[in-house]
Design a binder for this molecule. Sequence first.
Ligand code: GDP
Ligand code: MG
Length: 363
Amino acid sequence: MKWFKKKKQTVDRSQEEPHESVAQDLEPETSREGEDVREAVEPVEATGAPEAEKQGFFRRLRNRLSKTRQGFVSRVDQLLLGKKEIDEALLEELEEILITSDLGVQTTMALIEKVREKVERKDLSNPEELKEALQSEILHFLKVPPRPGRIAGEKPHVIMVVGVNGVGKTTTIGKLGARYVKEGKRVLLIAADTFRAAAVEQLAIWAERISAELVRHRDKSDPSAVVYDGIHAAKTRGVDVVIIDTAGRLHTRVNLMEELKKIRRTVTRQLPDAPHEILLVLDATTGQNAISQAQLFHEALEITGIALVKLDGTAKGGIVVGICDSLGLPLQYIGLGEKVEDLQDFNPDAFMKALFSEVNQGA
Ligand code: GDP
Ligand code: MG
């Protein structure tokens, strides 16, 4: 970590940018150094009664998936409109819609194959049944077995959040932290993305907003040193949940992964069973790139779960299916916007219902 020390002595701005970028497939973003981070933190909205919350949950999910509904479900509807039978041409067009909605080639092929088998067995004969079959097959792909209980016995429960720059890590940490605070948990955030000053500041704003504690270093220190202090503080203060924010870009991808491994070791040395979760944040708007990012991070760090965010900003929400099908990792959370309540537990049934329900249904 010599280069971190070197940076302390020099204020040459050009050195803050990577000399060599992380591999192409780890690059969804532009540098946001100097940006007014206050704009990225939305105010916390008041929440209502449980029933209203449940309705709000579904309405929000439905509304925020509107782009995907238009880009995917409406196209399927148009394709099936007025068709009397399911022929090879129709299946080919369906295949194209699925691929361009980012379900991924492999997942699409598997889906089409299942549908074709049903047609051949005469289990499926008309386009309306085809739509139903499509929904149930997709749902099957989405139901990756859930992980056992989230909060382990050990206290503090430590969640390390990783992902490339700009995907939405810090925002997701704010939203996730807010949920634990609301549950009455004492939450501490650790600012281990020391690569960019603005990143630490952004986390500090979130900590204040959601009433979480924060451990940060004032200068660009070694991320593992901040993590050491953070875990120590959490243990002595009796904190329930620790969430660690990390960098998404260093000079090279190898550098980044080594840094993240070092952070993980630092945690484990202080708490043998921690980190209890390594949550990978993926940006739904980056399409298939998200899948290659997941593979790289999982190889290096053994990810325990995924948060797929910015689903409100893409017409290609089919990426959800690709992620569940090809990674074998649980999709734990979905991000539907920038506010606290925009982070939801991923619920395959609710997701499919929201995606395929008619405009005036379930609202
Ligand atoms: P980080 O570099 O990975 O920490 O990413 P940030 O948390 O700073 O987020 C980058 C940008 O994405 C910010 O402008 C966030 O407000 C925005 N963002 C994060 N999650 C979501 C989401 O679910 N939906 C939308 N629309 N924007 C999001
Ligand atoms: Mg960040």
